[in-house]
Design a protein around this ligand. Structure first.
Ligand code: ZN
Length: 436
């Protein structure tokens, strides 16, 4: 191993080294890819071979990108001996297109059984979820209808058409800013009537609904657990949500490509779902807090049709300086936190990375800030749109400017706006660089 970065990455990955069952899953996924899956033929030259420890073999390989998947799907990722046409005809597998802009949308094979296995394995990583989630529990979902659930664009589906078994999909509108008061009251009413144990939410959407309930002082049904997925759980959103909901807030991290990869434990750290995937942590830099910032390359286990290895999920994370976590979970990678998309990193004047989490931490110091979007020009200047609480003091944008100017050492202009701009998928990007 040469170089501190690679060495630290291996140490992170090797923290799971003591578990033979996990290493066996890692080996099986690697052998299936390198030995039997067309796309990875080009990777074999980088493989140190069977004599090397399996996690060192992983660390020696390239990363798989969305562009690779687009260029070689489906045949490139189907292992020899798997007949995907038959799988499709059986109905066990189907095609799915991921949400996102046109530029990063990909088509994949979807297996509900594989997804469900991954999700259930993740529940044991949080004590609150393990208590209430048994696979039969009621769950309401609040997210972009372009990411999840039944939806007819421009047409309101009755609650019966949005209730699928134990799941209720609350939202039908891509942008929460276009919700009417009637939409908001309907969703709060449906939540109270359905009485889910778990509310799974995109934090951007739940913050918008919580703000409405908070400002109108409306009663809100309290689920036992709230899980966050789909987008970055910014503190500015959580600040509003915590004023309305009393349930433990649990961040979950995964994707259509990878299944459930990390779950936040009851002590606030993110634990790897080792039943379901391997994660290579690729360090980028050490941070003042003592954590290490890095990329996440995920190898999902056990998909019946497709083999993905070291898929770059596009998110950055900070690895904990002290392991193990107070919860006692020791297996796999432990993260301090996920810090946002790598594409959403902005830069200080001296070239240091500012993650979405860094900018969020600064703006969350202003209690009246309920949402933000930062745009950084090529020259470094920042324009910031702020969504503020009603009756926020008039100087909040100026205070936000000063806080961000201290962080970036660039000029900042902030303005209050009615709503954030969302992507075609309904997700919002909280920070962007020109052309990024
Ligand atoms: Zn923990």
């Amino acid at each position: 191993m040469n170089g501190g970065a690679t060495d630290s990455g291996l140490r992170a990955g090797l923290s799971s080294g003591g578990n033979p069952a996990y290493l066996g899953r890692c080996s099986a996924a690697l052998e299936q890819a390198l030995g039997a899956t067309p796309f990875y033929a080009a990777w074999r030259a980088a493989d140190p071979g069977l004599a090397a420890p399996v996690l060192s073999r992983y660390a020696a390989l390239p990363a798989l990108t969305k562009a690779d998947i687009r260029a070689h799907f489906p045949e490139g990722f189907v292992p020899a001996g798997v007949d995907f046409e038959t799988e499709l005809q059986s109905g066990r597998t189907s095609y799915v297109s991921t949400s996102g802009s046109t530029a990063d949308r990909v088509t994949l094979f979807w297996s509900q059984a594989w997804w469900d296995h991954s999700e259930r394995a993740s529940w044991k990583l949080n004590a609150h979820l393990r208590r209430v989630a048994d696979g039969a529990h009621r769950e309401a979902v609040l997210a972009s209808p372009r990411c999840v659930g039944p939806c007819r664009e421009g047409d309101a589906l009755p609650v019966g058409k949005r209730t699928l078994g134990r799941l209720l999909f609350l939202n039908q509108t891509v942008n929460p800013a276009s919700w009417t008061d009637g939409d908001r009251c309907r969703m709060l009413g449906e939540l109270a009537a359905f009485r889910p144990a778990v509310l799974e939410a995109d934090p951007f959407y739940l913050a918008a609904l919580a703000a409405f309930a908070l400002d109108r002082r409306l009663p809100v049904y309290q689920p036992a657990v709230i899980t966050f997925t789909y987008s970055f759980p910014a503190q500015v959103f959580l600040n509003v949500i915590r004023q309305v909901f009393t349930a433990p807030l649990v961040s979950s991290h995964g994707s259509t490509e990878t299944g459930y990869v990390f779950m936040e434990c009851e002590h606030g750290r993110m634990h790897q779902n080792t039943d379901s995937c391997h994660v290579d942590f690729v360090p980028l830099e050490s941070r003042v807090s003592g954590t290490v910032l890095g990329r996440l390359l995920v190898t999902p286990f056990g998909h019946p049709v497709q083999s993905f290895v070291r898929f770059d999920v596009g998110d950055l994370a900070e690895r904990s300086p002290t392991q193990p976590c107070l919860c006692g979970r020791r297996e796999g990678l432990t993260l301090e936190r996920i810090v946002g998309r790598s594409a959403d990193v902005t830069l200080t004047r001296d070239g240091r990375r500012v993650t979405v989490a860094d900018a969020d931490a600064v703006l969350a110091e202003e209690p009246a800030v309920r949402g933000f979007q930062i745009d950084q020009s090529d020259a470094g200047e920042l324009r910031v749109r702020l969504v503020l609480a009603p009756h926020a003091a008039g100087d909040v944008p100026r205070r936000a400017e000063r806080r961000l100017a201290d962080l970036y050492d660039f000029p900042v202009v902030a303005e209050a706006v009615a709503a954030l701009e969302h992507e075609a998928s309904g997700k919002v990007r909280l920070a962007r660089r020109t052309g990024g």
